[in-house]
Design a protein around this ligand. Structure first.
Ligand code: A3P
Length: 303
């Protein structure tokens, strides 16, 4: 469905990322050379790791709990997806330009790995939030995303095999994490786990508040946690992307036909992969995540 290629940098050909050719031809250089501001707020994740959920959390905290704007303006407008215009055909806006021209402080989302992000991110050092999720749930979620948003016709087992061979967009996930884990203690980095947000959202909200230098009352925090609950995010017209996806597909002349009641905010479970993958597929992913680089840096997925 995408014309995928591996992209590496000349100075380190051992690192690669699987990206659509459009991104490599048109987006890569512009993003690498992009101007970064100190007051920017970035979120970086491998896809399907809880980006949208964490984006809403961060935006709300950064904007002093502005429920009114959150309810009025789509998250994609408040917190645009940097490389989205170059991921395939059918995106009729220049989202990169939109990111460049946003009023400051800018809120920017990207799924790019460390080495493809703007060079200035590492010198200007704005706040960067990184969210990780266990690779098995991310892989299953990525499959459903491809089926429903990109017309992927393959079976789950085909996708899981492709994931384990680093053939799907933004692969490899392990290296994506390794690079950010190694800078997780820098003061401008907040490293979050999807699984921790599920287990104790209150605590992760407080960590994020501290990161942004904000002080809210427990009552305000409780209200924010309610706003960020699975049901609330799923029912939100501005945070859940279902309506925008439908609109974008229709603009591209396609009919949006979600399968099996799919919603962008789909199941939101930890360990949901167990309900969907065979023992063989789980084994394949277990072998894939048994990565010496992860062990070396002391990173463990929370399955
Ligand atoms: P599932 O497909 O497993 O349900 P991203 O925003 O990075 O694309 O991640 C999407 C995943 O985050 C989806 O996972 C979605 O359901 C989950 N998610 C989003 N909001 C959530 C919430 N409030 N609680 C739990 N999971 C949530």
């Amino acid at each position: 469905i995408f014309d995928l290629q591996r992209i590496s940098l000349k100075d380190d050909p051992s690192k690669f990322c699987v990206m659509p050719k459009t991104f490599i031809d048109k987006g890569f250089e512009r993003i690498k050379n992009m101007k970064v501001f100190e007051d920017d707020i970035w979120i970086v994740t491998f896809p399907k790791c809880g980006t949208t959920w964490a984006q809403e959390m961060i935006w709300m905290i950064g904007n002093d709990l502005d429920y009114e704007t959150s309810a009025k303006t789509s998250l994609d407008e408040r917190f645009p997806f940097l490389e989205m215009s170059w991921l395939g055909p059918g995106i009729p806006f220049d989202i990169f330009e939109m990111c460049q021209e946003m009023p400051r402080p800018r809120y920017i989302k990207s799924h790019l790995p460390y080495f493809l992000l703007p060079d200035q991110l590492w010198t200007v050092k704005p706040k960067i939030v990184y969210v990780v999720r266990n690779a098995k749930d991310a892989a299953v979620s990525w499959y459903h995303h491809h089926v429903n948003l990109h017309g992927y016709q393959g079976r789950m087992e085909d996708f899981i095999e492709a994931f384990s061979k680093d053939l799907v967009p933004y692969s490899p996930i392990n290296e994506h994490i390794i690079d950010f884990w190694s800078i997780k203690d820098e003061p401008n980095i907040l490293f979050l786990f999807f699984e921790d947000m599920k287990k104790n959202l209150d605590q992760e909200v407080k960590r994020a508040m501290q990161f942004f230098g904000k002080d809210f009352s427990q009552e305000q925090i409780d209200k924010l946690c309610q706003h960020l609950s699975f049901e609330s995010v799923r029912n939100s017209k501005t945070v859940n992307k279902d309506e925008q996806i439908k609109l974008l597909m229709e603009l591209g002349g396609k009919k949006y036909q979600p399968k099996d009641g799919f919603s962008f905010i789909r199941k939101g479970k930890v360990g949901g992969y167990k309900d969907e993958l065979s023992d063989e597929q789980i084994k394949l992913l277990d072998n894939y995540v048994n990565h010496p680089g992860l062990e070396k840096i002391g990173f463990e997925y929370k399955f």
